[in-house]
Design a protein around this ligand. Structure first.
Ligand SMILES: [Zn+2]
Length: 318
């Protein structure tokens, strides 16, 4: 089934480019930019990939992102991810990037965007992978900072297919960003948002009703709210589920307990995504393989999950 799963055409709708920074590239960029790292070698960095929750992962993720400085760095990061897509039958991708992770440490917005865009354009030509970039706001920072980031991005409006909301979820409900998302909507930018990963079902309701999102990122905790499940099924709201991430961050204690196939069978519009593949043990294919290894994933279910990902794309495909 591995070869079949590899060839199965699929889209990835929930991937943070900064989370695709593999330890080898992280060390290479640190050397290129003369940055001292707190880890002696690649192996000790890998050993640090052992998190108890979302925040512990994020602390490491932001530390790692500091090696990204130049346009070439962002190109190399994005290109490495796109090569993986090509190997795994991912024909379309809608990656997130977090400008604030870089602008807050002095890397100009334009440098970040230029490197990413050049790689996405090359992938379109050389690898046949279509894409749409999502401008994502860090929810642990104030609303004013998100608004400033949006204003900074608006001159490049056409570079983005949507805006998103990520980073620490608990204690940072979607309602805090209602005005930013209204402003983005007024500019014609649709929205997606992380909700219901660690946060409660109420955050999913807020993302739907206040941010008017077109997709929910994660959304697995919708499973706790019957009325919400019915609403999501009725509206066929896409949920971008990330199984390996959920297990590594202890949203589920084991892959055998993941509810994604139950959600699929219930009629929810779920897809399979990698979230932060370098940090969670794999890309889209490895996520499918993990489901196959620990849950009774049938070929029909796998095909439906892949078809859902393609159908929920916001950017033009192909
Ligand atoms: Zn995510």
């Amino acid at each position: 089934m591995r070869d079949w799963l590899t060839r199965l055409p699929k889209a990835e709708l929930h991937i943070h480019l900064e989370g695709a920074l593999e330890p080898e590239l992280l060390f290479a960029l640190a050397q290129r930019n003369g940055i001292r790292l707190p880890w002696a070698d690649i192996e000790s960095l890998r050993q640090a990939y052992n998190y108890q929750n979302l925040q512990e992962f994020l602390d490491l993720y932001y530390l790692g992102a500091q090696v990204l400085r130049t346009e070439q760095d962002f190109y190399d990061l994005t290109w490495a991810y796109l090569r993986k897509c090509a190997e795994q039958g991912v024909t379309h991708t809608e990656p997130f990037f977090d400008p604030q992770t870089h602008t807050d440490r002095g890397v100009p917005f334009e440098v970040v965007l230029a490197g990413i865009q050049a790689a996405l354009a090359d992938a379109r030509r050389q690898l046949g992978i279509s894409s749409g970039l999502i401008l994502s706001f860090l929810r642990h920072l104030p609303e004013a900072a998100a608004m400033a980031t949006l204003e900074q991005a608006l001159p490049y409006r056409d570079a983005f297919v949507a805006v998103g909301l990520d980073s620490s979820e608990a204690g940072f409900p979607p309602r805090l960003f209602e005005r930013v998302f209204a402003r983005a909507r007024a500019e014609g930018l649709p929205a997606v948002a992380h909700a219901g990963e660690e946060g409660p079902p109420a955050y999913i309701w807020e993302a739907l009703e206040l941010l008017q999102v077109k997709r929910i990122d994660h959304g697995v905790r919708a499973w706790e709210d019957e009325r919400l499940i019915a609403h999501l099924v009725d509206n066929q709201m896409p949920l971008t589920v990330c199984p390996l991430s959920n297990v590594r961050l202890k949203v589920f204690s084991h892959m055998g307990e993941h509810t994604v196939l139950d959600m699929l069978d219930r009629g929810l519009n779920v897809s399979i995504n990698s979230d932060d593949p370098a940090y969670f043990g794999g890309y889209v294919l490895e996520n499918f393989l993990a489901l196959q290894a620990h849950l009774p994933l049938t070929p029909d279910q796998a095909r439906k999950l892949a078809d859902n990902s393609l159908a929920a794309a916001l950017a033009p495909r192909g």
